[in-house]
Ligand binder design. Structure first.
Ligand code: ZN
Length: 86
């Protein structure tokens, strides 16, 4: 588990998901190819793998100071909206 300080993550205007600055190599992980979600307490699930192919960072990450509420995992979000109906 890695706790990312408030200055090691940010959210781009108009986006909901955070950009994570890798604690090992310093790369901004912008793409988020995996369907990550964020819990109320800032824990990201599933685990985060750095986009830098030369970097070995792979860990569960909690965002210090996360105050943007819960972001559902993509697959959970789609099933939830399907259940809510029209
Ligand atoms: Zn990295």
């Amino acid at each position: 588990m890695t706790l990312l300080k408030r200055d090691s993550w940010y959210v781009i205007s108009g986006q909901t998901k955070p950009v994570i600055i890798c604690p090992l190599c310093g790369k901004d992980n912008l793409g988020d190819p995996a369907p990550h979600g964020v819990r109320l307490d800032g824990m990201i699930y599933n685990s985060v793998i750095c986009e830098n192919p030369k970097c070995t960072f792979h860990d569960f990450v909690t965002l210090e100071g996360w105050d943007r509420g819960e972001i559902l995992h993509r697959s959970m979000a789609s099933s939830a909206s399907a259940g809510d109906g029209e």
